[in-house]
Design a protein around this ligand. Sequence first.
Ligand SMILES: NC(=O)c1ccc[n+]([C@@H]2O[C@H](COP(=O)([O-])OP(=O)(O)OC[C@H]3O[C@@H](n4cnc5c(N)ncnc54)[C@H](OP(=O)(O)O)[C@@H]3O)[C@@H](O)[C@H]2O)c1
Length: 244
Amino acid sequence: MSNILITGASSGIGNALVQLLDNKDNHLILIGRDVNKLNVLSKNLTAKSTLIQFDLEDVDNIKFLSNDMPVVIDAFAHCAGIDSTLPLKNVNYSKFEKSIKVNMFSFIELIKIIVKTKNKSDFWTNVVAVSSIASQHGGVAQTIYASTKAALEASVRVLAKELINNKIRINSVSPGLVNTEMTQRWMERVGIDNINTLSKFQLSGIAEPIEIANVIEFLLSAKSSHIVGQNISIDGGGPKSLIF
Ligand SMILES: NC(=O)c1ccc[n+]([C@@H]2O[C@H](COP(=O)([O-])OP(=O)(O)OC[C@H]3O[C@@H](n4cnc5c(N)ncnc54)[C@H](OP(=O)(O)O)[C@@H]3O)[C@@H](O)[C@H]2O)c1
């Protein structure tokens, strides 16, 4: 049985990944803030599941989650994340701190648990962090979101090298626009009321969460064994050009 740790399992991309990995050969360890959402999710699963109610902003206490994970982790997907749309005048350190904790530093603390519990094991642990194309192409008012995702990708590149001798293989994915609650909330903030309008911004239209989850599943599997420290864009070809 594979022990698979997933953050952000209650919604969007993380939820699509849970559905994809839901079979009797997997033990899904799901971290989320809302215990009701986790309970509803686990009720319909075939896989064994362990539910951990935790707010990933509380980075100082992540180390204690090792008590709730009494197994060696075979795979880890960090799907939890928060976006922010803030013009410069509204950017401040406390807002940045909240985002960097959830988007990036919680990932590092969870990897530390994996390293600690994995000691001397002879199998590979495969890890994927969900970044965003905003890390490279962040738009207006995305200073905080884009910076935290760029930091996440940098940590993946470095830790992939640092931990390869521990048999931990790390990569990241960078989705473009995906049809999730995060995108719905962003549409409300910027005054777009129709998902079809948004589809026109991206060459292949807006992605469904499963299209991102499929790539994460591949990177978590042995099929991608020679891909290390990479960031894979899943952006449907990117934004539509205004000229061509
Ligand atoms: N949607 C897009 O277009 C898009 C594009 C590029 C990258 N991404 C990235 O993809 C990832 C998944 O996003 P999504 O679109 O699936 O968003 P979503 O539907 O809003 O899901 C986000 C998930 O993160 C969890 N989360 C947020 N803050 C948390 C915290 N403090 N502690 C624990 N869990 C927390 C949420 O749990 P709750 O249910 O408790 O809120 C939820 O399960 C994120 O990292 C996002 O940045 C999304």
